[in-house]
Design a protein around this ligand. Structure first.
Ligand code: SF4
Length: 606
């Protein structure tokens, strides 16, 4: 049974009032891959009456009143993506598609959805506490740079006028909050929950004071300092509260939630999800089609890439489900009517981080690194591939599973130390194309991005091709690359293009860097300076420079020839044009057969 979405659903359950009303910017897909249904199912399992308003009309208070006033509070999320990232391209053009909406249609949620939904709820239910959470609230919890207005904005808690902000993975905080409010505690007195941010009229006694909102608006050095101080407090085992003045009030950000132990994680995935979109929808939802036959094995990422906010949201510690729980979920997939024998993905933020952990309890308790891999892998990080290898073996043995693919990205510098996983991955789990994300192929730039350098990519590619050939597999790698990242110059893109060509690779999709809230790269984009080293960093801001960078990575597309010539001229490297523009192709290179993806034209292809 789906959770109630209207009064009639409540009547069928014999409910006259909800305890908690969830409002989401995404369509309602009852599946553990989506945050709002997962949290709602968790509260339901604890005996609370919950309902979901998915993509309600925020301009109409009556839409918010469809299930009446909830007894405890309303909980708002913009959905699985920040609404501004969802709506606009890197060039700030309106997107036509929204993967989280039936039919992929855009326009079903507002810009700055958390603010709009909260205002609408407050209009509909006077005095009702409104709690905000999800990616949009989580990554905008402090004063932050907002690319779309090109300005520093206040904490989303201030701008939305909500009562409390939940950041990170919110299961524990939401559950405790609900229990305490159900027991009669006033929300205003609940100030000590991990993973929450709240506003205080007086300065809290304890905490790390960040430069105030007003200071970071005025001064990029203050912004960098705020970023650096906050980055040192992401380890839940030693983090202190953060304090940031906003006008006459203080924003208090309590320490992050503790990682969930496997048993608690397993419990979430065993909740009675219907594993499909709500039956009211007539059209398919692209995001569901993508994940319907996939399984999440873990959460969190210890990579610490500069442009990524996963560690800020899910945490840097890897939280893995038990093998048993994942096998049970795959077994359920096999029993699903639409299943045709292929599990499309088993992974998490980086597929090969399943089972990884910090192996030194004392170091873990005191660690203030924001990732475990940069600048060098920490010696305490246990990257042993035994758990992942055993998991894949068990999953392959499940009756009805004919193919089991890894579609999540893999962190390729770890594969060096995971020889069994690497062999299995190449031999059994590539669906023709393996995604890897070097993001750039020149050392100077990958250091700014905090990614492994080109050598790691080259040696992986060699191993991939050799092993694929040994296995008789026709398969390729898809290198994901970014143009326009802070630190990126035309020379870096040219270096990357020449190396791609030397390796017999062509890329047909390049991501243009977007400064999304909360990341190190966005901080550098705004300040032009690395907050940790204090070094100035070139930021390609003009549309022309970004377009030329992208054209260099896509040098082989006929429509880019003029731009490539211009870029070569700007670099004073016209001679290299012979290689990129009409020079004889490399021996292992041929023209692309398929568009819209990267093609590995290397030796490994049989
Ligand atoms: S592995 Fe190293 S960097 Fe990572 S949490 Fe442990 S001590 Fe810190």
């Amino acid at each position: 049974m789906f959770l109630p979405v209207c009064r009639q659903d409540m009547d069928e359950r014999g409910w006259d009032q909800l305890d908690v009303l969830f409002v989401s910017g995404d369509a309602y897909i009852d599946h553990p891959a989506f945050g709002v249904p997962l949290l709602a199912r968790l509260l339901e399992a604890e005996g609370y009456r919950v309902g979901i308003l998915a993509q309600p009309d925020w301009r109409n208070p009556l839409a918010m009143q469809a299930m009446g006033r909830p007894r405890l509070f309303a909980a708002v999320s913009a959905g699985a993506m920040d609404s501004m990232v969802n709506h606009y391209t890197a060039a700030k053009k309106l997107r036509r598609n929204d993967a989280y909406t039936p039919g992929g249609q855009s326009g079903s949620r507002p810009n700055r959805a958390v603010i709009a939904y909260t205002a609408s709820l407050k209009g509909a239910f006077k005095g009702l506490p409104v709690i905000i959470g999800g990616i949009e609230a989580s990554l905008r919890r402090l004063a932050h740079y907002d690319y779309w207005s090109d300005s520093i904005r206040r904490s989303l808690l201030v701008d939305s006028k909500a009562s409390l902000l939940l950041y990170g993975m919110a299961e524990t905080a939401l559950l405790e909050l609900t229990h305490r409010m159900a027991a009669g505690e006033e929300l205003a007195t609940i100030r000590d929950l991990r993973g929450t941010a709240l506003l205080c009229t007086e300065r809290p006694v304890e905490g790390v004071e960040l430069p105030s909102f007003e200071a970071v608006v005025d001064d990029t050095a203050a912004f960098n300092e705020a970023f650096r101080l906050a980055a040192g407090e992401i380890n839940p085992y030693c983090a202190r509260p953060l304090l940031q003045g906003h006008g006459a009030r203080w924003l208090l950000v309590n320490p992050p939630p503790l990682p969930l132990e496997p048993a608690r994680l397993d419990r979430l995935y065993a909740l009675p999800f219907q594993r499909r979109p709500h039956p009211d929808y007539n059209e398919t939802i692209p995001a569901f089609e993508q994940i319907r036959h996939s399984v999440t094995s873990h959460r969190g990422c210890c990579g610490g890439c500069a442009f990524c906010a996963i560690a800020q949201h899910q945490g840097k510690f890897i939280q893995s489900r038990s093998e048993q729980s994942i096998c049970q979920e795959v077994q359920r997939l096999v029993e699903d009517d639409g299943f045709r024998g292929t599990v499309s993905d088993v992974g998490g933020p980086s597929a090969n981080m399943y089972g990884m952990r910090c192996g030194n309890a004392e170091a873990r308790r005191q660690c203030r690194r924001d990732g475990c891999l940069f600048p060098e892998p920490c010696p305490h990080l246990q990257v042993d591939d035994g758990a992942a290898v055993h998991l894949l073996k068990r999953l392959r043995a499940i009756k009805g599973v004919r193919h089991l693919f890894i579609a999540s990205g893999v962190r390729l510098d770890l594969l060096d130390k995971q020889p069994h996983y690497q062999r299995q991955l190449i031999a059994e789990h590539v669906s023709g194309l393996l995604k890897v994300a070097p993001e750039a192929l020149c050392e100077e730039l990958t250091r700014v991005m905090r990614k492994p350098g080109p050598q790691a990519f080259k040696s992986f590619l060699t191993r991939f091709r050799e092993h694929s050939q040994r296995c008789g597999k026709r398969q390729s790698v898809v290198p994901y690359l970014i143009a326009g990242h802070p630190g990126s110059t035309l020379e870096h893109m040219l270096e990357t293009a020449l190396l791609l060509r030397q390796l017999g690779l062509q890329v047909e999709q390049v991501q243009e860097f977007t400064p999304t809230p909360g990341t190190l790269s966005s901080c550098i984009y705004h300040t032009g300076c690395d907050p940790f080293s204090g070094n100035g960093v070139h930021v390609p801001r003009s549309d022309r420079e970004r377009r030329l960078q992208k054209a260099l990575l896509l040098w082989h597309l006929p429509e880019n020839r003029a731009a490539v010539r211009e870029a070569l001229k700007r670099c004073g490297r016209e001679k290299d044009g012979a290689l990129l523009l009409g020079g004889r192709p490399a021996a292992n290179e041929s023209s692309p057969r398929r568009r819209g993806r990267a093609l590995d034209r290397g030796r490994g292809k049989a």
